[in-house]
Design a protein around this ligand. Structure first.
Ligand code: PHE
Length: 446
């Protein structure tokens, strides 16, 4: 396959997939509300003990199969090829995620626009402006979603090297520079910054509960884009000599670093303004921060543009990685052009995205709900509680129990010692599946 990532392109593309809206509010909010550095320690432990192990297994599928996800399973399974190739269809969950994820990225576009034209200056107005884009102004929501849709599909239409790699090579360093600007500004805020650092880093081990362990594990999987086929698909376009272990460590490092930087920035602003730090999720970003930027005048406008653009970049690089896996399958399976494959996926994502917008829009919300819940929430729950963990479970069982140990050793021997490999293999067979089943049972219960 000629269309391959360069080594750095691969790291940036996978880091681009990993670093996304999850880092922007899920990670900071969970760290802040759940014991500060005790949570970070727990998250690191789970990332290395479970997510890292499973991540290497996903890379192995792509590297050994060197084709789309369905094709990889078909090629690598010694028996029951057809049955195993069904596991390749977990790449459809990435398509479902893309449809509601891109609606949220659309809200960021709306806020970049507001940053130029005037952000809401009172708490009421700030709450109302967020309400408006979600539930009252479907036209703006649709325009912003369409804008994101075009960028994402245009990028994927250019292929791995001149589309996906190029976008990431531009957006990831830009995201980092924008975050450094915001970080420098937060540092200059002295008191707020110290409070934020204390909030994030002073450990409170009493907050660590079994329930939190599973939350942290779920976050680690979501944040590393696992169980959706993104990692194997990107790995299939990887240069053979790339050090899989070192690249994975770099990706995990970037993911955590950006999560922590986001946390410090967001909470410095929040504390400096005396806002409620326990309010999490989108409200933290779209309501509290937007109000704060409005209060800082022109400086605030510049900061707002930097901030929302940084999040836009983080989101777009993730969204691109959701579309590629299934597109790659359609291209290989039906021998169609990339454009035709994207046309098919595009129709599905666009229609579902419109459904998501309408499921929040007041006048239509009832018709776009299922079981009394907006379609947006249904897609979110279906993917994060069911499809992603099931995907991750099938991938790790496949590598741990179906692939030959010798084949895996052949792949990893250049990057790990024999002892390290044996520990990895043991953890993959016994610890990873248990961890994933525990997350699923827990999520179903709650
Ligand atoms: N990791 C991305 C984030 O943190 C989300 C994602 C999930 C990306 C699945 C690709 C596939 O926002």
């Amino acid at each position: 396959m000629a269309d391959k990532f360069s080594r750095i392109g691969f790291i940036l593309a996978v880091a681009g997939s990993a670093v996304g809206l999850g880092n922007a509010w899920k990670f900071p909010t969970m760290v802040g509300n759940n014991g500060g550095s005790a949570f970070i320690a727990l998250y690191l432990l789970l990332t290395f003990a479970i997510a890292f192990i499973a991540f290497l297994a996903e890379l192995a599928i792509g590297r050994l199969g060197e084709t789309d996800l369905v094709g990889c399973f078909y090629k690598l399974a010694p028996k029951h090829k057809r049955a195993w190739s069904l596991a390749g269809f977990f790449s459809i969950s990435a398509i479902l995620i893309a449809s509601f994820y891109m609606v949220v990225i659309g809200w960021l576009v709306y806020y970049i626009f507001l940053s130029f034209t005037g952000l809401p200056a009172t708490p009421e107005a700030s709450g109302a402006s967020f309400e408006r884009i979600i539930s009252a102004d479907a036209t703006s929501a649709l325009i912003c979603f369409s804008f994101v849709f075009v960028i994402v599909f245009f990028t994927v239409s250019k292929g791995i090297k001149s589309g996906i790699e190029r976008l990431n090579v531009f957006m990831m360093p830009s995201l980092f520079i924008l975050l450094c600007v915001l970080f420098a500004y937060s540092l200059s805020m002295g008191g707020g910054f110290l409070k934020a650092a204390e909030f994030l880093f002073v450990p409170d081990f009493s907050k660590i509960t079994p329930h939190l362990v599973l939350e942290a594990l779920g976050l680690a999987f979501f944040s590393l884009s696992m169980g959706t086929g993104t990692i194997p698909t990107y790995a299939a376009s990887l240069d053979e000599r790339t050090n899989l272990v070192r690249s994975t460590l770099s990706i995990i490092f970037i993911n955590i670093l950006i999560g922590i930087m986001m946390g410090l920035i967001v909470f410095t602003f929040i504390f400096d303004a005396g806002f409620d730090s326990t309010q999490g999720g989108p409200g933290l970003i779209f309501v509290s921060l937007a109000l704060l930027f409005a209060k800082l005048g022109v400086v605030g406008q510049v900061l707002a543009v930097c901030f929302f653009t940084a999040l836009l970049f983080a989101g777009v690089t993730s969204a691109v990685s959701m579309i590629e896996p299934f597109a790659f399958y359609l291209i290989n399976k039906f021998n169609i052009t990339r454009k035709s494959a994207l046309l098919i996926i595009g129709v599905v994502v666009y229609v579902l995205g419109i459904f998501c917008v309408f499921s929040f829009y007041k006048p239509t919300s009832e018709s776009f709900s299922l079981f009394g819940k907006p379609i947006f929430d249904i897609l979110d729950a279906l993917t994060s509680t069911l499809l992603m963990p099931l995907g991750a479970l099938s991938f790790s069982i496949f590598v741990g129990y179906v692939l030959k140990k010798d084949t895996l050793w052949g792949l990893f021997s250049g990057f790990m010692s024999r002892v390290g490999f044996n520990v990895w293999y043991f953890a993959l067979r016994y610890i990873v599946p248990l961890g994933i089943v525990a997350i699923m049972l827990y999520k179903f219960k709650s």
